[in-house]
Design a protein. Structure first.
Lengths: 356, 356
DNA sequence: TTGAAAGCGCTAACAA
DNA sequence: TTGTTAGCGCTTTCAA
């Protein structure tokens, strides 16, 4: 009640001890649920503690024990819904284990990764889930040596020894293209993610393989690189258009790119899927609500996050890879290519998802 | 080199002191950049420290000093891009002040808010930016008393004494409706956010006021409540449709709702903006890339976050409100209402997008 | 079953 | 300018 504002002196374990007429050690034992305390004493201490509104000081505890009950997840762009969903998965699963999740947006910048990792390490956060760390191998090794346990999610890190949880991106690329092929498309463009990112290459490879398997050629003029944003996708589509390339479908490396591509298509006077079909990747929540709804390769971000958390509690071989399956989600953004004769045959953008 | 994996014994300030042949106090002074150290000593200590790969233990420091250099931002849904952008603003501004930002997704659940706040408090994180805390006034007061400084962003908290940084939501609602009115719309529906959230009520009030100012009546049948998601927006649109209400435009309480409404419109056979105009709120990145691009009330999430951070460094009167201006961003989702004859005519021919 | 005492790694008077 | 000495609040042997 007295004291300066915001300076309410917090009760310590000693205050509780004194009040309960026991030692601090006993209070500690009771409050951290260790045994070896008489039931009566236990009850008594508990009462006194809650009476006094005692709150443990995690700093002191962590300093003493040299661990913390917090885990962190580092992602390159918190404004990308896919990562948002991923984070939610991590958080929910961590919570079940009594762990609190800290989220760090690195913006893909090494300096920020550095800052965060330093802060986490020096606060005894020993488990961190990372999506696309750009830090070099040596630096990462330094953190590992210092006691940080990394779990790479979605994207591998420059460090062969840590566990990786990701989707089967290559298969996803194939799935997307096979679907387009089935619809009758032959000229299929691809807007890829940054080639530096492994999954960009994997999806692209799937794209190429499916094409080749169908006896088609891979035309470099039909491939353009982008980043994983709507703006990048729109720009990439325009680039494709500028090249004068002929294509009736595009496989976008993620849903945001696909949305951008749809926008680019519209701005060049094309209609989806009548004039052009578009397939995305991720199946973010939004995909269901674009106009038309987006056909996409579904991966379950929430499940991926949850799976990553499992890793820390189950003994895992170093260097292990956990590959999650993907599946095609057919919605309204794909259809038959425009054929001169059959100008009006698709009329069905149902709201139902057809899962394959 | 020796030791168990992940158990590399970290050098302490004492190790450095011994090696540099000075006292721990001196090392501390050097490493935390305090003055009162001879330049020569300073250099020497610095060298030794980096030589030894010394890393400060933040836990020990924070415990001793009883503050930390971390701030936290608590948001209800990390998968909503608006909050993602907001967080980015906070983070960037905090970084400039040497503060590291922790992100906490409360999912709008009081229990999670509780968990996070406890963890933060007991780790000496004294500044937290909150968006729509649901915790009750007394609980919040408890944290305040314990030394947590809250800055409410976007949405006020149940605590009159903390600073609030938000947009002028009421004016935004008016802006949206005035625009629609200008286009010639008279039957304008509104899909609001949860009425529990203050800004839902503010935007709705703006909507109503603009209607009344134009001499129109507010028709309750044209207002439906939703949440701030695409799914909610789609559902709300369908509800409007089910009611058989006649309307030519809808003002959605946020962009995600607007996207959902566009989807709902499409699934009921309406075209935007030909048959129906839609206005959103927020101007998230996505708004530029929907089909058609979304007309919306723009608020700058990044700026809002940054402004909130300023608050903690500048002395601010308790209970102060900082209201940020909003502005209308006209894109392609709004246009003139369909005239009965035109509507009939279009049913027979395919249509192209309107001009701007 | 309980307590005394010694840390965990750092900072901050107060002396020297 | 530098060092000594107490803590910060909790955990954890080791005795009792």
């Amino acid at each position: 009640m007295a004291g300066r504002p915001g300076t309410a002196p917090r009760a310590t374990i000693y205050d509780v001890a004194k009040e309960a007429d026991v030692s601090a050690a006993t209070v500690s034992r009771v409050l951290s649920g260790r045994d070896g305390v008489a039931p009566a004493t236990r009850e008594h201490v508990k009462n006194i503690a809650s009476m006094m509104g005692y709150r443990a000081n995690a700093l002191a505890r962590d300093l003493s024990v040299r661990t913390s009950n917090m885990v962190a997840v580092m992602i390159p762009d918190i404004a990308n819904p896919f990562f948002g969903e991923l984070v939610k998965g991590v958080q929910a699963a961590a919570l079940e284990q009594g762990l609190t999740t800290l989220i760090c947006d690195t913006a893909g910048e090494a300096s920020l990764e550095f800052t965060y990792l330093d802060g986490l390490l020096s606060r005894q956060v020993t488990h961190v889930f990372v999506v696309g760390l750009t830090l070099d191998r040596a630096t990462v090794q330094g953190y590992t040596d210092a006691g940080v346990n990394f779990v790479a999610v979605d994207r591998p890190m420059d460090n062969a020894s840590s566990v990786l949880v990701r989707s089967d991106n290559r298969a996803g690329g194939q799935l997307a293209v096979q679907h387009l092929l089935q619809q009758g498309h032959r000229r299929i463009a691809h807007i890829s993610g940054p080639p530096k990112v492994q999954l960009s290459r994997d999806r692209r490879r799937g794209y190429q393989e499916a094409l080749i398997a169908a006896g088609l050629e891979v035309d470099p003029a039909l491939i353009v690189e982008s980043d994983f944003t709507e703006g990048g996708g729109a720009e990439a589509f325009l680039e494709l258009d500028r090249r004068g390339a002929k294509f009736t479908a595009v496989f976008a490396a993620d849903d945001l790119i696909a949305v951008g591509a749809m926008s680019g298509a519209a701005s060049t006077g094309r209609r989806v899927p009548r004039d052009i079909s578009i397939v995305g990747f991720d199946d973010i929540l939004l995909a269901r609500y674009t106009t038309p709804p987006l056909t996409t390769v579904g991966q379950n971000a929430v499940a991926m996050g949850a799976r990553a958390v499992q890793v820390i509690s189950s003994p895992v071989t170093k260097g292990r890879r956990i590959i999650l399956p993907v599946s095609l989600v057919v919605r309204g953004s794909t259809g038959a290519p425009p054929s001169p004769s059959a100008a009006r045959q698709r009329r069905t953008h149902g709201t139902h998802d057809r899962r394959h």
